[in-house]
Ligand binder design. Structure first.
Ligand SMILES: Cc1cc2nc3c(=O)[nH]c(=O)nc-3n(C[C@H](O)[C@H](O)[C@H](O)COP(=O)(O)OP(=O)(O)OC[C@H]3O[C@@H](n4cnc5c(N)ncnc54)[C@H](O)[C@@H]3O)c2cc1C
Length: 467
């Protein structure tokens, strides 16, 4: 990873952004071309790689930027690409179950932990939702064509198609579906989460049989795996911002780069430009758009209007391992979910210690209101310490975060995969500028969108190379 390298005059592929998507696509390209082949250059405006998946090390604890699970482990898009570039990373599954604290279905007076089923057999053991209730729902949704349901909300479907009243929507299967919307889709807003997308994500979960995993060695090992391959080609330039793309008849021919010292220079591009910056910020990469801009301005407006998922996060570092919980833990009162992730990958905390993280998804508009984020964080903390009273006597430190963008796009009825900017076609008006990342049309939900979008784009680029 370089701070400052000799400047290139021309590269074959220019990747903008060194978050996980930039590393992922950059490594696939670099792997294809190797050390002597065509040049792949990744530019990153900040002094650090990682973007929203950056890591912070503090007092022997490793903190992700909020919960960072990898769905489907080695079968995930990330896992498949790491195998493809021969940098396999192990994905660890929680050894324990997932639980709901304070379920609205199980009213026992005092709050308790109730098992959240993550496999068919667990429906036999939990009071949250009965096996038959789940199976009959499963049979119904298996027959559904999801296309027409992409712009139908969870609430619309359960209320108007299934005829559920409020009580049914809040308890049993209704509560289970709400918790799936919260954790799987990061969108606990029943009146807008896309039911069609949710059914697809649900079916994928059942098919893959592995849900939540965490990389051995943490997210650092994912970045290191990709970075090693990238470095064998042309590497990552840190502190370098892409401020403009220049076109000739719709074809990007060069980019303007700006170093941290402020000087600007131009680099020619022979083949393609890949933008991994969230599409809401696309204008900052393309530069000032002239009146006769090749890039469709309506498209830019669509990108800028896309709403991300947002929320608040509490990270808790403890000096002692107060629980062996390792699955997802839902806190029902504060509508947050999280995980003691060092109980999955012990190297994330010092020996005998514990670290966990909880996320409360919020409306994007609400995270800029300090009174709302303070109240949300206080409520989460109160419930977390109620669920685990030993936290307060064993505290190393707490980190409270306001996160204006968790995933680049909330998967709601207006932003399902067909209505987000494509990761499989060049930007309208251009022939060789592509998008990928978690604000594009990648299949799936949450961070998966970004990882899958890279694989989808990669198929297109490979096809282009074969022509
Ligand atoms: C609280 C929270 C929880 C999450 N949970 C999960 C999870 O459980 N699982 C999961 O897979 N994902 C999760 N995510 C989402 C995941 O972090 C993102 O999907 C992923 O990090 C996005 O990566 P990216 O590379 O697409 O974008 P980014 O990480 O945003 O990277 C874009 C990069 O481009 C750089 N950049 C911007 N403009 C320019 C420019 N003009 N020139 C050069 N560089 C530029 C930025 O500095 C940045 O480094 C979570 C995120 C948050 C915040």
């Amino acid at each position: 990873m370089s701070e400052e390298r000799e400047r290139e005059e021309t590269v074959d592929y220019l990747v903008v952004g060194a978050g996980i998507a930039g590393h992922h696509i950059g490594a696939l390209l670099a792997n294809k071309f190797g050390p002597t082949g065509q040049k792949v250059l990744i530019v990153e405006k900040s002094p650090k790689r990682g973007g929203r998946a950056h890591i912070l090390e503090r007092d022997g604890y490793t903190l992700d930027y909020g919960i960072h699970a990898v769905r489907y482990g080695e079968k995930s898009a990330l896992g498949k690409s790491l195998i493809e570039i021969d940098k396999q990373v192990d994905f660890l599954e929680p050894q324990g179950r997932s639980y709901v604290y304070g379920s609205k279905t199980v009213d026992e007076g005092a709050k308790s932990f109730v098992m959240f089923p993550t496999g068919i057999a667990e429906f036999l053991k939990t009071p949250l939702v009965g096996l038959w209730s789940f199976l009959s729902f499963l049979i119904k949704i298996k027959r559904l064509k999801t296309g027409p349901l992409l712009n139908v909300s969870l609430r619309d479907y359960t209320e108007n198609t299934l005829g559920w009243d409020e009580e049914r929507r809040n308890k049993g299967l209704g509560e289970f579906l709400f918790l799936c919307a919260e954790s799987m889709m990061v969108c606990p807003f029943e009146d807008r989460v896309s039911f069609g997308e949710m059914v697809e994500a649900f079916m994928e979960n059942l098919k893959q049989k592995i849900s939540v995993t965490y990389p051995k060695g943490g997210w650092k090992s994912l970045f290191d795996g990709f970075a090693e391959t990238i470095e064998k080609n042309n590497g990552v330039f840190l502190n370098v911002e892409c401020t403009k793309i220049s076109f000739n008849e719709g074809q990007a021919i060069s980019v303007t780069l700006k170093s941290s010292s402020g000087d600007e220079y131009e680099v020619g591009v022979n083949k393609d430009v890949i933008i991994t910056v969230p599409v809401q910020n696309i204008r900052s990469v393309l530069g000032e758009l002239a009146a006769d801009s090749v890039v469709d301005t309506e498209f830019i407006a669509q990108c800028e209007a896309l709403e991300p998922t947002a929320g608040v996060v509490i990270d808790v570092a403890l000096t002692r391992r107060i629980t062996d919980h390792s699955g997802i833990i839902f806190l029902r009162e504060s509508n947050s979910f999280g995980q003691w992730y060092s109980n999955v990958e012990s190297s994330m905390a010092p020996e005998g210690a514990l670290v966990g993280t909880w996320l409360k998804p919020m409306n994007f508009a609400d995270v800029s209101d300090k009174s709302k984020t303070d109240a949300a964080l206080d409520e989460m903390w109160k419930e977390l310490t109620q669920a685990y009273p030993e936290i307060e006597n064993n505290l190393a430190f707490v980190r409270r975060l306001i996160v204006p963008m968790c995933d680049g796009a909330e998967v709601n009825i207006n932003q399902h995969r067909f209505s987000r900017p494509s990761c499989e076609e060049p930007i309208p008006g251009t022939s060789n500028v592509w998008l990928c990342g978690d604000s594009t049309s990648g299949h799936g939900a949450g961070g998966d969108i970004g990882h899958v979008s890279v694989r989808q784009l990669w198929q297109k680029l490979k096809k282009k190379l074969d022509v």
